[in-house]
Design a protein around this ligand. Structure first.
Ligand SMILES: [Zn+2]
Length: 300
């Protein structure tokens, strides 16, 4: 019944497990480097593949050995080699964040009922690991674009919703409970994805409409509505409820402290996307663990 891959993974010597973790970390850092390009170029409607990376001040192209994720930032001490312009810390932050999150997602993989490090919710399919890497990627790109420009591009939100639906058909076990055998039916995967997208989209859409009626202005951006739809399409309706709860709590906490510290006025807008992303990431990594704890408290 056990797949050979699980046996291989669980019998592997510790040095090999460390080696694989390092490879995944580096793999994540490389993607993070590409996401930096996406964060800059997508909202400016530029191509993400052409032209090659160049310094925003002196326009000189960046050589491959100066473009190594994390390392080059440290070696060049956050400056352009040609003109010495300071490079924003955001670049290394995105690379580190992507590397760490890719690694955490990878550590979720293994035999269905074996425990995972750090209390991570288990995942038994490589297809799901790949899908979750994709979710992490969309959330990171969306977060940093929202922080900088106060928009969530359709490529991330509508795109995420469409890809979430398709992948739920390809790997329906994306929506299966961890103890479930690998053969989760396709129809059920698609149904769970549709439910999640509809609830996510519908819930925030209602909040946006009601908010507009009460406050006579847009209290909620439509990008946030679509982003929660995309989160639901990948992670299901439980993820939507959790994300709404945690993100509104975290958002009001930060918003209130900004108002109290007089950095913002009561009427000023703060981007909500990063809070949705943060809550969705907590669910993505520990959701099943938290849900089971919650259910066992309700029904001992
Ligand atoms: Zn330069």
């Amino acid at each position: 019944m056990d797949q050979p891959l699980f046996i291989l993974m669980s019998n592997m010597a510790i040095p090999w497990q460390i080696y694989f973790s390092a490879v995944v970390f580096a793999w994540g850092a490389c993607w993070g480097s590409f996401f930096n390009v996406c964060i800059y170029r997508i909202p400016r409607n530029l191509s993400v593949v052409h032209p090659r990376s160049h310094c925003p001040r002196c326009q000189k192209p960046i050589a491959w050995y100066d473009n190594l994720p994390i390392l080059s930032f440290l070696i060049l001490r956050a400056r352009c080699r040609q003109c010495g312009t300071k490079i924003s810390c955001r670049y290394v932050l995105v690379e580190l964040l992507t590397a760490v999150l890719f690694l955490l997602v990878w550590l979720k993989f293994g035999r269905p009922l074996d425990p995972r490090p750090l209390g991570l919710a288990p995942v038994a399919s490589l297809g799901v690991i790949f899908s979750l890497w994709l979710v992490v990627s969309g959330l990171i790109i969306g977060t940093f674009i929202d922080l900088e420009r106060m928009i969530l591009p359709d490529r991330i939100t509508w795109g995420g919703m469409a890809v979430g639906l398709v992948l739920s058909g390809v790997w329906p076990e994306l929506h299966a409970p961890p103890s479930f055998p690998n053969s989760f039916p396709i129809g059920l995967g698609l149904l769970r994805s549709l439910e999640g997208a509809a609830l996510g989209f519908g819930l925030l859409w209602a909040v946006a409409i009601i908010g507009r009626m009460i406050f006579k202005r847009d209290a909620m951006g439509f990008g946030d509505v679509k982003l929660l739809g995309a989160i639901g399409a990948f992670l299901g309706w439980q993820a939507v409820l959790f994300t709404v709860m945690i993100s509104s709590f975290a958002g009001s906490l930060v918003g209130l402290s900004l108002v109290l510290s007089r950095k913002k006025k009561m009427q000023s807008r703060i981007p909500y996307g990063p809070y949705l992303a943060l809550a969705a990431l907590i669910w993505l990594l520990w959701g099943q663990t938290l849900w089971q704890a919650y259910v066992s408290i309700l029904m001992p």
